[in-house]
Design a protein around this ligand. Structure first.
Ligand SMILES: Cc1cc2nc3c(=O)[nH]c(=O)nc-3n(C[C@H](O)[C@H](O)[C@H](O)COP(=O)(O)OP(=O)(O)OC[C@H]3O[C@@H](n4cnc5c(N)ncnc54)[C@H](O)[C@@H]3O)c2cc1C
Length: 324
């Protein structure tokens, strides 16, 4: 019987594991991918937008070569943290269900094992279910819902559909590295410069504008995507005109969500938050309305790494005190 089972080995889950270990709890982290799986999936070579104090577990620990770390530096930092602290993490194991089999006792079934725990922390992030356009051809092999790297697409026709920072970054990387790049974007997203409304960050937007001036990038002001076909995409412009673009590769980068079904099955209430549906929880203890079920990180009201780490730091000592 574990005191705490943690689902997810992102920044929230790793911080919670460290705190659980420090508090002398019996705990386990179950991670369906790799340690820091979300960061592992960032574009290769990306420099993240946060500064070290917003990313590190303790002050002064993360030492990138430049002001902000790259994907590789950040991933290495999180992996080393788990290894150096000998955190109890099982990777490549998917949590399939969590059930309250007795009052305050949870049974967690994975694709490899079964566990019981007095408390469960969902630190599952919000990257696992990319949003879909739901148009014909979206399942074709050259249509991707994530962007990893540019080099396979040099001198190829690349289309990016999306209006946030991930779409902007992908367009920039592709244009800079020699792909024939088109960014299909709603005009309102291109003209949005409010960071609180998820705009393309200025250090991405400014070089994008430079690529436009240098004719390395094209903008297409989107009405809607009509269809993906082998080698081409049919788009409708904002004025309703149909256009067929030659496309060797398409990246549909329109956001992603967590799957809240396992929480709802447990009886956890949800509400409509700023970024979509979120679980209802105490901002102090991070416990939901189901005693023993906790939430932290990207799929709550905290979208960034600092919030994910701070939540885990705050909640485990409170939980540990309630167990002693
Ligand atoms: C390209 C990109 C750049 C970003 N840059 C920044 C930045 O500069 N600063 C910043 O603050 N944020 C940034 N973010 C957002 C940041 O990645 C998240 O805020 C952060 O990862 C949240 O940490 P987390 O621990 O809540 O979730 P995650 O890091 O997403 O971790 C959740 C983990 O849970 C695992 N998991 C999910 N379901 C299950 C299951 N059923 N069973 C087992 N394991 C499961 C996942 O595999 C994952 O490893 C960026 C995001 C992207 C995509």
């Amino acid at each position: 019987m574990l005191d705490l089972l943690i689902i997810g080995a992102g920044p929230a889950g790793l911080m919670a594991a460290y705190e659980a270990k420090s508090a002398g709890l019996s705990y386990l982290v179950v991670e369906k991918g790799l340690i820091g799986n979300t960061i592992y999936k960032y574009p290769v070579g990306l420099t993240v937008f946060s500064t070290t104090n917003e990313l590190e577990f303790s002050e002064g620990d993360l030492k990138p070569a430049r002001e902000k770390p790259t994907r590789e530096e950040l991933l290495s930092y999180y992996v080393r943290f788990a290894l150096d602290n000998a955190l109890n993490v099982r990777t490549e194991e998917l949590v399939l269900s969590v059930e309250e089999t007795e009052p305050h006792i949870f049974t967690i079934k994975t694709d490899k094992d079964e566990y019981t725990a007095k408390n469960v922390l969902f630190a599952i992030g919000a990257m696992d279910h990319p949003r879909k356009l739901n148009v014909p051809g979206e399942d074709l092999p050259h249509v991707f819902d994530h962007f990893r790297e540019t080099y396979p697409w040099v001198r190829k026709n690349a289309l990016i559909v999306g209006g946030g920072n991930s779409a902007g970054e992908a367009a920039l990387f592709l244009a800079q590295e020699g792909a024939e790049t088109t960014l299909a974007i709603f005009r309102s997203d291109w003209e949005n410069d409010d960071p609180k409304q998820g705009c393309i960050k200025y250090w991405v937007k400014e070089p994008l504008e430079q690529e436009l001036r240098d004719h390395c990038l094209r903008l297409f002001f989107l009405g809607k995507v009509v269809e993906f076909r082998d080698g081409e995409t049919v788009l409708e412009s904002e004025s309703g005109e149909r256009v067929t673009l030659a496309t060797d590769v398409v990246f549909v980068l329109i956001g992603s969500d967590a799957d809240l079904t396992p929480l709802k099955r447990l009886g956890v209430r949800t509400e409509h938050g700023k970024y979509g549906e979120v679980p209802v929880y105490s901002e102090e203890t991070f416990e939901t309305n189901v005693p023993g079920i906790f939430v932290a990180g990207h799929f709550t009201n905290q979208r960034h790494i600092k919030g994910a780490i701070d939540a885990a730091k705050a909640l485990v000592p409170i939980l540990a005190a309630s167990l002693h």
